[in-house]
Design a protein around this ligand. Structure first.
Ligand code: BGC
Length: 731
C-alpha cells in the first residue's frame, strides 16, 4: 500500500512549514541564520512567556494507548510537544527510530518503514560508516513522514546476555558501541532532524526496570557505560539525551543530579536537552536535578512539568532562570538541527534505495561462527538442500517493543500473548524477506526443499534425504522482559541436535536477540549468527550462505558457555512485585563481557570480536606511535585466493604494567585476494587511562603499555610495547 502519510503529505508540511510563518527581521531576530544556535535560542527563549516556555517542557504520547487519544496536531508516534505558532516554533513529532521509523500500535494506518538489522547486527559490522548510512536512511524516511525528533541512539552496554533489549543496543564495548552510535546519530541528524541518545544511564536489564537500582562505582561507570555515551555524544552531537527508567546509585536516572548535572552538563559540557523516558519522571524536583523535558506525560503520576512546575515557580522552589535554561536547551538543539530554517521540504522515500542500505548493513553484520570442512559457502549446484524451521518460508524475525518497525504489507505477526497493557506490544513480527525464497533465487540450480521443523521426525527425514541441511532457529526478545535463560525456546535445541545427528552437513542459522547456548555445537558443521537481520534479512543470509558476499561480521558481545560465567546467575528483582525497589550490584565494574573473561580466565563459547571470513587475513608490522597522541600502525594482508572483508582489532593488554584487556581501535577493510594495506588508527587516551575519582579526571600512568592486534579478544597474536608518559585528562 502507498505510504499514507506521504500520500496525504499534510503532516510533513505542517511540521516543516511551521516556522515559515515567521520571517527573519527585527521582530524575529532569532530567525537570523548568521547567529549561532545558542544566540538564536537565547533570543527566542527571552521572547517566550512563562506559559509558552512551560508548554515546551512536557508533552503526551501520541498514540491510542491506555485510552489516550491522539493530540491535535500530532502525526501519531511515540511523543508530541506542541509548537508555538506565534513565534514559529515547530511542534516536535517524536518517533522511535533505533532500527527504523516505528509505527506504534499502527497509529498511522498503512504506513510502513524500512527496518535496519538489529543494533547488535549493526555493531557486528564493526563499520561505523555503514551505521552512518543507516542513520541517514532512517532520518530521510522520518523526515518524509513529518517526524523531526528521533528516539534513537540506544547505547547501553550489554552487561547481561539475557537483557531483552540487547538487540537494540550495540554490544559490550564502549569504543565499539560509542563509535557506532555516534555515526548512526550523525547520519540521522544529517537529514536536518534531531536524534536522541539513550537510555542514560546503566540501564542494564528489563526485569522490573522501573525499580532496578544500578549500583556501580564511579570510576567503573566512567570507564564503561558512561564512556560509551561520552564517545557517542562527541561523535554524533545528538540534540537530546534520554534518561532511563532505572535508578543509578540510589537516584532515579531522570532525577539524578550527579549523572545529569555533574557528568553530562558540567563535565561533558552538553548543550542539548535531557528528555525523560516515557513514564520515568518522579516529581517536579527532577527539573532541579537536570531533567529538561517530561515525555509521554500520561504515564507519570502527574504531569509534573505543567501545573506543578508552575506552582514551584510561584513558590520560588525553582528559579525562572532554570525554566529558561530548560527551554533554551530544547530550542538550541532545534536551531542546531535546522528545524527552524528548513526550506527543502519533506523529501520522497525511495524504498529500493533504502532496502539496499538495509541489505548492505545486514550483509556486514552476519557472523560466521563455525565452518568445518568448508561446508560454507554453499555450492549453487549442490543437488539437494533441505531448509528447516525458523519460519524461513515467511521471513526473518524482528525484536519487539518501542523499536519495532512495521514493514510494507503483507507481513506476518505471531501474537505472543501475555497480560496487561503491554501485551499488545508482544508480537513476533517477521520482516517479509524470506530466507527460503532468497536461497532459491541465489541458487537456482540446486533443489531446495522446505520443512517447517514442527515435528523432529519429519525434519530428520528431510535432513537424511538432503545433501546439505540449513536449519533456522529463532529467539524472540522484546522490550520490558528479559530472557529467563540462554536456550533456544520451543525445543529448537533438540530439533537442531536431531537434524545434525541425521546429516553431518548441517548449517545452523540463528536469528536471535543476543547470545544463546549451543549444546549441539560439536555436531553442527557450520553456525551463522544472523541476529534480527531487518528488511533484507533473507537476502543477506543467502548472500553469506552462498558466498556472494564475504562473511565479515564479528561478535560485539561475548557468547558465554554458561550463564554462570556472568556475575549475576539469577536476574536481580525477578520475583519481586511492581513498586519494590532492588539493587543490581554491578560488581564487575568496568569489566564487562570480554574484559571480565580475560580477568578471570574463563573460556566463553565464542569470544568478543570473533567471526570467520571466507578469505584469510594476517597482520604484520605492528607499531605503536607514542607522541603527543597515540596511534597504532599495522599491515593487513588478505593471503587467500578470494576477495574479502576483515575487521582487525587492536587491544591494550597491559596498562603501565597492570594486566587489562580493552579494545582501543578497530577498522573494517575490503581487501582483494592477495592485497595488503597498512593502516594507522588513532587511540583515544581515555582507553589507556583510569578515571581518578579523587583528582576528578582521567589519569594515564607512566609505564609500559602492551598493545596487540588480532582477530578477536582472545586471538591476539601480534603485540608491541610502548612506553608512555604520565598524562592527566579532563573528566
Ligand atoms: C522506551 C524508549 C522509547 C520510549 C518511547 C520507552 O518505553 O524505553 O526507548 O523511546 O518508550 O516509545
Amino acid at each position: 500500500m502507498k505510504n499514507l502519510v506521504l500520500a496525504s503529505c499534510s503532516c510533513a508540511a505542517l511540521v516543516l512549514g511551521a516556522s515559515a510563518a515567521v520571517a527573519a527581521g527585527p521582530a524575529a531576530p532569532w530567525m537570523n541564520t548568521a547567529l549561532s544556535p545558542d544566540q538564536r535560542a537565547a533570543l527566542l527563549t527571552h521572547e517566550l512567556t512563562t506559559d509558552e516556555q512551560i508548554g515546551l517542557l512536557h508533552g503526551p504520547m501520541a498514540m491510542p494507548f491506555l485510552g489516550m487519544t491522539l493530540p491535535a496536531g500530532a502525526i501519531g508516534s511515540a511523543g508530541y510537544i506542541p509548537g508555538i505558532a506565534r513565534v514559529g516554533v515547530p511542534a516536535l513529532q517524536e518517533s522511535d527510530a533505533s532500527l527504523g521509523v516505528a509505527n506504534p500500535l499502527g497509529v498511522r494506518p498503512g504506513d510502513y518503514a524500512t527496518a535496519l538489522p538489529s543494533g547488535l547486527a549493526q555493531a557486528a559490522s564493526f563499520n561505523p560508516s555503514a551505521a552512518y548510512q543507516g542513520g541517514a536512511m532512517i532520518g530521510h524516511e522520518a523526515r518524509a513522514k513529518g517526524m523531526n525528533v528521533l528516539l534513537a541512539g540506544g547505547v547501553n552496554l550489554t552487561r547481561d546476555p539475557r537483557n531483552g533489549r540487547n538487540f537494540e543496543y550495540l554490544g559490550e564495548d564502549p569504543l565499539l558501541a560509542g563509535s557506532i552510535a555516534g555515526q548512526a546519530i550523525a547520519g540521522i541528524q544529517s537529514q536536518g532532524i534531531v536524534s536522541t541518545i539513550k537510555h542514560f544511564a546503566v540501564n542494564g536489564q528489563e526485569t522490573n526496570r522501573h525499580w532496578a537500582n544500578s549500583v556501580i562505582a564511579e570510576d567503573a561507570m566512567r570507564e564503561s557505560d558512561l564512556l560509551a555515551f561520552e564517545i557517542a555524544i562527541e561523535r554524533g552531537q545528538p540534540g537530546s539525551v534520554m534518561c532511563a527508567y532505572n535508578l543509578v546509585n540510589g537516584d532515579y536516572s531522570c532525577g539524578n543530579d550527579h549523572l545529569l548535572n555533574d557528568v553530562l552538563k558540567k563535565d561533558w559540557g552538553y548543550k542539548g536537552w535531557v528528555m525523560s523516558d516515557w513514564g520515568a519522571v518522579h516529581g517536579v524536583a527532577d527539573a532541579l536535578k537536570g531533567l529538561d523535558q517530561e515525555s509521554g506525560q500520561q504515564l507519570d503520576g502527574k504531569v509534573w512539568f505543567d501545573t506543578p512546575l508552575k506552582s514551584a515557580l510561584q513558590n520560588k522552589e525553582i528559579a525562572p532562570a532554570r525554566v529558561a535554561d530548560m527551554t533554551q536547551r530544547i530550542l538550541r538543539s532545534m536551531f542546531a538541527a535546522g528545524l527552524f530554517d528548513d526550506k527543502s521540504g519533506p523529501g520522497v522515500i525511495d524504498d529500493k534505495a533504502d532496502l539496499t542500505v538495509a541489505r548492505q548493513i545486514a550483509d556486514e553484520g552476519v557472523v560466521l561462527l563455525k565452518n568445518s570442512g568448508g561446508v560454507l559457502p554453499l555450492a549453487k549446484t549442490a543437488s539437494k538442500i533441505a531448509v528447516i524451521g525458523g519460519y524461513a518460508n515467511l521471513g526473518v524475525l524482528s525484536g519487539g517493543g518501542s523499536s519495532q518497525v512495521v514493514p510494507k504489507a503483507p507481513y506476518r505477526t505471531i501474537p505472543m500473548g501475555g497480560e496487561g497493557s503491554m501485551a499488545q506490544f508482544r508480537n513476533m513480527l517477521l520482516d517479509p524477506s524470506a530466507p527460503l525464497a532468497a536461497m532459491r533465487r541465489a541458487a537456482h540450480e540446486a533443489k531446495i526443499v522446505w520443512n517447517d521443523g514442527r515435528y523432529i521426525s519429519a525434519a530428520v527425514a528431510a535432513a537424511k534425504d538432503a545433501d546439505i541441511v540449513v536449519v533456522f532457529a529463532t529467539q524472540w526478545s522484546g522490550e520490558g522482559e528479559d530472557q529467563p535463560d540462554l536456550t533456544l525456546p520451543n525445543g529448537q535445541d533438540a530439533l537442531i541436535a536431531a537434524v545434525a545427528a541425521a546429516n553431518p552437513k548441517t548449517v545452523v542459522v540463528l536469528e536471535t536477540g543476543g547470545p544463546v547456548l549451543m549444546p549441539w555445537l560439536d555436531k553442527a558443521a557450520a553456525v551463522v549468527e544472523a541476529w534480527y537481520p531487518g528488511a533484507q534479512g533473507g537476502e543477506a543470509i543467502a548472500d553469506v550462505l552462498f558466498g556472494d558476499v564475504d562473511a565479515s561480521g564479528r561478535l560485539p558481545m561475548t557468547f558465554p558457555a554458561s550463564i554462570d560465567q556472568y556475575p549475576r546467575a539469577e536476574l536481580p528483582g525477578l520475583n519481586l512485585g511492581e513498586g519494590v525497589k532492588f539493587d543490581v550490584p554491578y560488581t564487575e565494574g568496568a569489566d564487562i563481557g570480554y574484559r571480565r573473561f580475560a580477568a578471570n580466565g574463563a573460556k566463553p563459547l565464542f569470544p568478543f570480536g570473533f567471526g570467520l571470513s571466507y578469505a584469510h587475513f594476517t597482520y604484520s608490522g605492528l607499531k605503536v606511535n607514542a607522541g603527543k597522541s597515540v596511534s597504532v600502525t599495522f599491515t593487513v594482508t588478505n593471503d587467500s585466493k578470494r576477495d574479502g572483508k576483515d575487521a582487525p582489532q587492536v587491544y591494550v593488554k597491559s596498562l603501565a604494567g597492570q594486566p587489562a584487556l580493552r579494545l582501543i581501535a578497530f577498522d573494517k577493510l575490503s581487501l582483494k585476494a592477495g592485497e595488503s594495506r597498512t593502516v594507522t588508527l588513532p587511540v583515544d587516551p581515555r582507553l589507556l587511562a583510569h578515571f581518578d575519582v579523587k583528582a576528578h579526571g582521567w589519569s594515564l600512568a607512566a609505564g609500559d603499555y602492551e598493545v596487540a592486534v588480532g582477530h578477536a579478544a582472545s586471538d591476539l597474536s601480534l603485540s608491541a610495547t610502548a612506553r608512555l608518559g604520565a598524562q592527566k585528562l579532563k573528566p
